[in-house]
Design a protein around this ligand. Sequence first.
Ligand code: ADP
Ligand code: ZN
Ligand code: ZN
Length: 751
Amino acid sequence: MYAQIVVDVPTQQTNHSFDYLIPSDLTPVIQPGMRVAVPFGRSQRLVQGFVVGISATSKFSGKLKPIDHLIDLRPVLNAELLQLSYWLAQQTFSFWISCMQTMLPSVMRAKYQKAVIALDKNLQKQDLFQGQIMKILDNQLSTQMQKQLSLWQKNGLVEIKYLVKNQAKQLEQWFIQRQSYDYSTLLSQIKPQAKKQRQLLQLFIDNPKLKSISLKELLNKYHFTAATINAIVKKGWLAKNKQVVWRQPASQPVEATTDLKLTLLQQAAYQKITQAKDQVVLLEGVTGSGKTEVYLQSIKYFLQKNKTALMLVPEIALTPQMVAQVQGRFGKLVAVLHSGLSAGERYDEWRRIETGQATVVVGARSAVFAPLKNLGIIIIDEEHEASYKQEDNPRYHARDVALWRGQYHHCPVILGSATPSLESRARGQKKVYQLVKLSQRVNQHPLPQVDIVDLRNQDNLTAQPDLSKPLVSALQQCLKQQEQAILLLNRRGFASYLMCRECGYVPQCPHCDISLTVHLQEHYLMCHYCGYKEPIMKICPHCSSAKLRFSGTGTQKVEQQLQAILPTARIIRMDNDTTSRKNAHSQLLKQFETAGDILLGTQMIAKGLDFPNVTLVGVINADTGLITNDFRASERTFQLLTQVSGRAGRAQKEGRVYIQTYNPQHYAIQLAARQDYEHFYQQEMRFRHQAGYPPYFYLIKVTISHRSQAQAFKMAYNIAKQIKPVLTSSEQLLGPTQPTVARVKNRYYYQ
Ligand code: ADP
Ligand code: ZN
Ligand code: ZN
């Protein structure tokens, strides 16, 4: 028998499967989707590989090498995921091996260790071996030792082996288990002095449902000693066993919830989703229209049919409320996958999915590869979010992967958003997707009233540079009524920097063509592209002036201004600096909910938050997103403003929104103020059509980078020269040009 194996050597030449002989003792156990260790290349070093097929014949005429050993005892990629990995590699121009590895939890990715084995008994006495037959080599060998080793190897005294290490470890714990005795009668057989032993039996008598309890819990919570427990175990009355435990990520206990009675609109959407078969449904629902409840009841419908459900959210840390809702409804059936988990926790969640214990998966982008079998429904919430696109290899879009899986399982894929991406909405228009709208809020309230504040108008300004008169008086009013406010500082492509008032000098990153951002509280300047840091300088290095001032707007600066105007307000600031700790997001949100007046934050506060007492939303600077030269700038600005406006007035009280801007006439701002997605869609589609952008055209970006600018430039023009002659009349080449930030980490970029 032969196995087709893709080896972990990511190069163009090895980007296909190789045939290997299956040793006869492995023939009955080997399956596609398992990882194996195989000798590879001239050096015959062992590398990891994935079995992608098994056959009785081989087309290869030369001498085949045998598989060395199995790494997994059962497949880690099932038939579906194997097939998906192949498609993904084609779609994204990536190596097949990289795609397979992307699908697995990081702890399962290969690590290699080099070991030297002493073939001659006398060698084992050498210092290096210390009486052992094998020594694992690290990089700290002296050159002397390396020379010695190569000499031994030449003379056949030692052999070098590459061990493939599997990092994934299951966590095991001791458990104490009830046996089939009547413990009440046993009690009399224990001497009265052995109080503790009696108490232990009593615990099982008092809790007839207690079948098994972890040793740790008995020791720590009930304060039994190991001696007590062992005494009973020795009698055979209780059993002691090792069990695998799942590192369930610690989270606050969530309250169980039950189905709400659907509104008529929700009911109609629910019907269409549950009857969609293998269709894609675009659920376009205004903010507060109750999309979540439709998701939850649809998931329930498919679970009752013994199917599983996959739900993607943009970023788990930003959407704790959504996760809590799914957990509240489906409890232990839910597995949550996100970047905040430790590698071990992630692996355990993955295993719970793989073994079928978890049938509902909620997670960010990479959760789209969750090994769920028998999928009944896939939901992508906020489907327009840019975070669904991976920016490193393999550069997949989770939405495309979800559509592929939907086809494979013949199950519906639900794309939900208040502001669908133009690509998805256009497909809805052309009936490629089924378009379902939730056009009203659940509470029947109108959408909040939105005022655009023109920052060019002197009458609107106050002593605080970032807070206009209308916004300040709305804030005062809001606090007076003991209601809450959310303030958004749009920081995309924008940050506060240091500038010399004498000569105009702005500190730049030495490695990137970008100015350094001021981090006031931490007292340093930082490059947001490469992470370079330096202390905030007091003297201008150009003109030696001491007149260095901060420019631009940061959350810390706005916080100070707010505090100056509203000294008693309790302000919660949410940005990259305050949320770097684990669980910081949900803690800050909790703090805002219970003891906060104003939540001030960056984009991370725009999404999904549902606080009934929030009646005011303010946008400090609506324009910054429009300045970037991304063709999606207007779309992103519209989405952001619509999302954040939707945070106001979600319960009984009505909401108000103030958008501060220097571009009050811009259509993205005007239409976001009216929450008029449909008109925005039409207008933006006209622009995309005229300019030749998606969804009318496909756009492919080729990026060239090199440490030498001349080299990068030359290559960019070279590639352009090769592309031009093969273009048809309906295809067009843009560039080559330099991106906005032309140098990052000392590499020059062209596109
Ligand atoms: P969206 O995600 O569409 O912005 P949500 O799903 O957050 O809206 O729903 C808005 C609010 O309406 C939530 O507080 C939710 O609990 C409530 N809600 C949703 N559906 C119903 C219903 N059928 N009956 C009562 N309240 C509902
Ligand atoms: Zn200066
Ligand atoms: Zn930098």
